[in-house]
Design a protein around this ligand. Structure first.
Ligand SMILES: Nc1ncnc2c1ncn2[C@@H]1O[C@H](COP(=O)(O)OP(=O)(O)OP(=O)(O)O)[C@@H](O)[C@H]1O
Ligand SMILES: [Mg+2]
Length: 255
């Protein structure tokens, strides 16, 4: 689904003071677009994602998904958090089904399909403690996909994983995106990941959080990380990222 973000101001109270976290974030996202967001720690990426998810409506401005103004969580938005948050006392299939009855044939079928999509066949009856971090994260993705959300919001979903597992899950996510029409918004601190997956990369700046640059990536999927044009775009994004980061050593050396 298409998304229209028009956030004029988002602030938090810090003791007696008010701290502006997001300032003038305007972004229109097409149906089926893959947006990646990268930016320094504390620039407001998670805050932005929570607003789009409808988990935070205390801000000036508006966010629209399709025709609906977002002010609470809805079936349009699926959310995958950085920590997977599975229920330890439920099996993989029960975690995916959530509060929907697995006994119903239609639900059963969907859950089985999702288990295949995230490549967890054979683990339907396993408990979270029997899974690796990457497997748990795949369960979380499957759970978010169950209600066929028009929008999937992912907040550093692979942040805690090793490079190998991370790459594997990038492939899984790419495949899901290519097979469905889901609009994706993925927050990451991995530059490579932002360029590998995004139709557009949003580079955010800090104090207050704002959009510093939007970089369109016209490379076809699946992308070749070693290709010179990939490397060139990666370099562009890196430069923007460095100039957005107040703590950047590279930037300080160049000043
Ligand atoms: N509930 C809250 N109450 C007060 N301040 C908050 C709250 N949530 C976030 N903040 C502040 O808002 C700013 C942005 O936080 P946010 O979590 O959105 O950053 P982020 O870009 O996701 O950072 P990271 O990359 O470290 O996850 C920070 O300064 C943080 O202290
Ligand atoms: Mg965050």
């Amino acid at each position: 689904m298409e998304i229209s973000i028009d956030i004029r101001n988002k602030s938090f109270a810090k003791g007696q003071r008010v701290m502006t976290v997001l300032d003038d974030i305007h972004l229109d996202i097409d149906n089926g677009e893959f947006i990646t967001i990268i930016g320094p720690s504390g620039c407001g990426k998670s805050t932005l994602l929570k607003i789009i998810a409808g988990l935070d409506s205390d801000y000036e401005g508006s966010v629209q998904i399709g025709k609906r103004a977002v002010n609470r969580p809805g079936i349009e938005q699926g959310f995958v958090f950085q920590e997977h948050r599975l229920f330890p006392w439920l099996t993989v299939e029960e975690n995916i089904a959530g509060n929907l009855p697995l006994k119903k044939a239609a639900i059963r079928k969907k859950v089985d399909e999702l288990i295949d999509i995230v490549r967890l066949r054979g683990f339907a009856k396993a408990y979270p403690k029997e899974l690796s971090g990457g497997m748990s994260q795949r369960v979380a993705i499957a759970r978010a996909l169950l209600r066929k959300p028009g929008v999937l919001l992912l907040d550093e979903p692979f942040g805690a994983l090793d490079a190998f597992t991370r790459r594997h899950l990038q492939e899984v996510l790419l495949q899901i995106w290519l097979e469905t029409e889901t609009t994706m918004i993925l927050v990451t601190h991995d530059l490579d990941e932002s360029v590998y997956l995004g139709n557009r990369v949003v580079v955010m700046g800090t104090h207050p959080g704002r959009i510093q640059r939007l970089i369109r990536i016209d490379l076809p999927f699946p992308r070749q990380r070693t290709h010179p044009s990939f490397q060139k775009i990666r370099q562009n994004v890196l430069q923007e990222f460095e100039s957005a980061d107040e703590f950047s050593l590279v930037r300080q050396q160049n000043q």
